[in-house]
Write a protein that binds this ligand. Structure first.
Ligand code: MN
Length: 132
C-alpha cells in the first residue's frame, strides 16, 4: 500500500505544447503497470483549453466547479457546468476547457493503451474557441 500525502502533492503547469492558456494538473491516479487507469484534477483559467486530441480508450470528465466548453470535431461547442459528466468515446477528436470568463475544474479519468492515454493534435484557434 502506498499512501501519497497531500503535503507531497503539487500542481503541475500544463505543457504549452498541448494547452492554450494557464492550466494546472494535480494527479489523482498514477498507478504503475499493469494498472492502466489514470485520473487527474485539471483546472483551466478563463479562456484556457486543451489542444484538439483523442484518447485511445476514451475519457470521462466530471466537472467539479466553474463553467467550461467542450467540442467534438465537426459539431457545435457544448457548455459544461459543475456536476456534469462527459463521456468521450475512443478515437473521438475533441477539446475541452474553461469558459471565456470563468475558471473550470474537472476530474479527467482515462485508461492507457500501450502506455498512451492521449494523442495530441493541433491547437484550438481563437476563432474555433469563439465558435467561428
Ligand atoms: Mn480529452
Amino acid at each position: 500500500m502506498d499512501i501519497k500525502s497531500n503535503a507531497d502533492a503539487g500542481s503541475r503547469r500544463g505543457n504549452s505544447d498541448w494547452f492554450t492558456g494557464i492550466v494546472w494538473q494535480e494527479p489523482i491516479v498514477e498507478a504503475p503497470e499493469p494498472a492502466r487507469v489514470r485520473a487527474a484534477m485539471v483546472t483551466f483559467e478563463p479562456g484556457a483549453r486543451t489542444n484538439w486530441h483523442t484518447h485511445p480508450l476514451g475519457q470521462t470528465l466530471h466537472v467539479v466547479s466553474g463553467a467550461g466548453l467542450a467540442q467534438v470535431w465537426g459539431e457545435p461547442i457544448r457548455d459544461l457546468r459543475a456536476g456534469d459528466t462527459v463521456w468521450i468515446p475512443p478515437g473521438e477528436k475533441h477539446w475541452h476547457g474553461a469558459a471565456p470568463t470563468v475558471r473550470l475544474t474537472h476530474i479527467a479519468i482515462h485508461e492507457a493503451l500501450d502506455g498512451v492515454h492521449v494523442d495530441w493534435l493541433e491547437k484550438v484557434s481563437d476563432e474555433q474557441y469563439s465558435g467561428g
